[in-house]
Design a protein around this ligand. Sequence first.
Ligand code: THU
Length: 133
Amino acid sequence: MTDIDWAALRAAAVDAMTHAYAPYSNYSVGAAALTDDGRIVSGCNVENASYGVGLCAECALVGDLRMSGGGLLVAFVCVNGAAETIMPCGRCRQVLYEFSAPGMLLETVSGIRTMDEVLPDAFGPRDLEEYRA
Ligand code: THU
């Protein structure tokens, strides 16, 4: 945890938040994460006139992860339009879990937590691998 620059991650999340398209909820979100090879990836929420198909910031973030070289996430933070730390929604915890490095950390409303604390007993890629084996 000591070598994670949480201030830089937070700044990237706040910057991402300024790109949000949230005309329906008026609730902008920005997310940023550090990858296992030291990149920072980020994303913002992108809403839609068909409300249910709006994209959370975490969806854009994993798109950025894949488009910029792949890898796994080691640290994550997301913020709202007031630059306050918010929790990833339930669906997005699953989206993040898919690409989580072992021991991935999240800055949460109750301090730094591991992915396993935020999404305990998660279903993930290993469950499918074990089933196929
Ligand atoms: N939102 C995110 O982008 N990520 C989350 O983890 C929580 C919710 C967005 C979705 C919607 O555009 C707005 O916040 C209000 O729910």
